[in-house]
Ligand binder design. Structure first.
Ligand code: ADP
Length: 425
């Protein structure tokens, strides 16, 4: 860390245009007295008025982005670089390297972005993962289907939010799942990922309960910030996230196993510093790692977390990145949870009714509808967005879960079929 004695520390935030997190990071930075430079793919409308505060970077061309960052830092030194989501973690590592800032290796962040590389590294180090096989979109799914063991899961290597992840229980479902995923991989945003969008991973389906571990790596040591239970069964064929509740209701020894499994996974990938978000499944045989991402929890879900005297997750991430002291990594005692509101059906969102009624459920803190009226709603496996988020806090995880379910029950989603919506314009 440099330059924090006299001047405000300065952090470069890599913000993809699609993130919900900007506000939380900007607020955390303000509270900490940290100057933020916002880097995004496209020139920002405010860039001309405040050139020192915005930087447009070519996110898809790391060499060019490195030169742009070095030029910028020549006049405005940067003390830390923080990538917000999956799309920016690798670039954050590359740029940190170019500016000689402490960082995860580019290889470790790249491996955590590529589900096949991740599987190779984890299984090589003996971290429990489902058995897996890589296939190409050129392979014939009808022939492959005969060799598969069922149930299995078909998934893309580099998409997120469960997009394109499909369970198959027999040969017919396998062929259907592969064809459906291949169509997703041909859409422009997926195809833009390059060769990796021409590959598909097939994994054994891991039965059991799913948890999400939110952690912070500090010089290679994993600190568990929160372990979330996902009380809704995630058995497929699509895997829509809904409720996350912390603290976990799993027994202390199982929680400890989950933490040590995640720590081993992070080590196997080579990740050493910064936030990690891991998904694991637990059954009689213990935990299996589904994935470990070198980023914090997505969407608006970080609003469930408060540490020490009320620190936000974003504040913790910025403090860690800047080498500032972290007063506490201890989550508050109260139980907390979020429901990512699932898309009820394909169509065009007209209205979400019952929000006041839902908000009045005891324990409910906030309802944030992030989809807007007129938006095309695309359910999984093609879509990757939620309708919004419901947040709750209460004395116990059971109460949090019940409050989230009741609030959701009170919401009414008016979704018009695409054709009817057009006619009504
Ligand atoms: P993404 O990065 O898009 O979220 P994941 O690989 O994490 O993709 O898969 C999304 C979800 O699909 C997981 O959270 C889990 O519920 C389910 N899933 C993925 N792989 C498996 C598997 N091998 N066995 C059982 N469920 C799985």
């Amino acid at each position: 860390m440099t330059g924090v004695t006299e001047q405000m520390p300065r952090v470069l935030l890599l913000l993809p245009t699609t993130t919900y997190r900007s506000g939380a990071f900007l607020e955390a930075a303000k509270g900490l007295g940290v100057e933020v430079v916002v880097a995004s793919e496209r020139p920002n409308v405010f860039q001309e008025a405040q050139p020192g505060r915005y930087l447009s970077l070519d996110f898809f061309n790391p060499d060019k982005a490195e030169r742009q960052a070095i030029d910028f830092a020549a006049t405005r030194p940067i003390d830390a670089i923080v990538g917000i989501d999956d799309a920016t973690t690798v670039l954050a590592a590359a740029l940190s390297g170019a500016l000689s800032l402490p960082h995860n290796s580019v290889a470790s962040t790249a491996a955590s972005r590529d589900k096949h590389q991740m599987r190779d590294l984890l299984s090589r180090d003996g971290v429990p993962v489902p058995s897996y096989v890589l296939r190409s979109v050129d392979d014939d799914p009808v022939l492959e289907a005969r060799r598969m063991v069922y149930p299995c899961v078909v998934k893309p290597l580099m998409l997120s939010a469960s997009r394109g992840v499909i369970r198959a229980d027999d040969e017919g479902q396998f062929v259907g799942a592969v064809r459906r995923l291949e169509a997703i991989l041909r859409t422009p945003d997926a195809a833009a990922l390059g060769d990796i969008a021409r590959q598909v991973l097939i994994e054994a389906f891991v039965p059991g309960r799913e948890v999400a571990l939110e952690g912070l790596l500090v010089r290679g040591e994993l600190h568990v910030l929160a372990l979330f239970d996902k009380p809704d069964p995630l058995d497929g064929p699509f895997f829509e996230e809904t409720i996350y509740v912390t603290p976990s209701r799993l027994s202390a020894p199982v929680q400890a196993e989950i933490a040590s499994c995640t720590a081993r996974a992070a080590r196997a990938l080579g990740l050493r510093d910064g936030p990690v978000h891991a998904e694991l499944r637990v059954n009689r045989r213990g935990p299996s790692v589904i994935e470990v991402a070198a980023r914090s929890i997505g969407g608006l879900c970080s609003r469930t977390l408060r540490f020490g005297t009320g620190l936000s997750l974003e504040e913790l991430i910025l403090r860690h990145a800047l080498g500032m002291g972290i007063p506490s990594l201890e989550r508050e005692r109260r139980a907390a949870g979020v429901m990512m509101i699932p898309i009820p059906r394909a169509g065009v969102l007209k209205e979400v009714r019952g929000q006041a009624e839902a908000r009045s459920v005891p324990g409910i803190e906030e309802i944030a509808i992030t989809a807007h009226a007129g938006e095309d709603l695309v359910p999984l496996p093609e879509g990757a967005r939620y309708l919004g988020f419901i947040f709750a806090r209460a004395e116990s995880p059971e109460r949090v879960e019940a409050a989230l379910r009741e609030a959701h029950r009170r919401l009414e989603f008016i979704v018009m079929p695409p054709r009817e919506a057009k006619g009504a314009d």
